[in-house]
Design a protein around this ligand. Sequence first.
Ligand code: NDP
Length: 267
Amino acid sequence: TAQRVSVLGLGAMGTALAKALLAGGHQVTVWNRTAAKAEALADAGAVAAATAEEALTASDLVILCLLDDASVREHVEPAAARLSGRTVVNLTTTTPEQARGLGRWAAEHDIALIDGGIMAVPAMIGTPGAFVLYSGAQAEFERYRQVLELFGKPEFVGADLGAAAMYDVSILGGMYAMFAAFQQGGLMVRSVGGSAARLAELMTPFLQAMATLLAADAVGIDMPEDFTQVQSDEFTAAAIDLIDKAAVESGNPTELFGVLRRTLTGL
Ligand code: NDP
């Protein structure tokens, strides 16, 4: 059934979210600090609110996609009384503690808060590859699940408001570690007349296979007392030291592998 939904923040991501809601047949109210960004959405059927407060109070479900925690506070705090009884889904990227802080404020004003972390770029919104992490008010999450499904697969990760942000940054950490090692490897293979392009071709299927081992690795972190380690710390440390030596031989010394060794083995 069609719902009234407001979207505040029409940057690249907010615009994609508003479009997905319109495509889903909802009654969408939008607001952006720079009003011109609302025009295309108004032409597509959204109502452009004149002020943030007007957008915040036009719907029972309010989606925020602003820049950061400060810009969220700036616009929601003055409207606290009028937001009472509504559900706010904050898809603005914040730290876990910022999400909890907004939650304490929301609880004082009887506002149901859900924090979200979008695991997609704007072009992926509404496509099968996209998923969005949510935490906080679970009953309201379930109530609006069908609306939230329009953005990407909704994944509820906990009642702690900081959970979505903590999973979000943990996933991104995995991504950056992968890119850092690829960048280093690219330099290393170039020293033997190879190319990063060839390395990508060979590394991609290997990493895809390795990624399937994360679930088994999780046991060692979640239940260390039940976990039988396959490879000893000494073996892993020696393997990583060999990579480090090769990096030096290639003329591209790096701190990366020392950090990996200490993180993975404590040695
Ligand atoms: P953009 O830079 O495209 O848009 C930023 C938006 O924030 C604009 O609507 C801007 O308004 C608004 N804004 C900034 N400061 C203020 C303020 N003080 N008051 C009111 N509005 C303000 O960013 P995105 O749309 O890409 O990102 C929005 C959020 O989504 C961010 O938190 C980002 O981390 C998150 N996100 C983005 C992803 C992406 O791939 N793009 C992926 C996952 C999360 P104005 O037009 O007036 O400048």
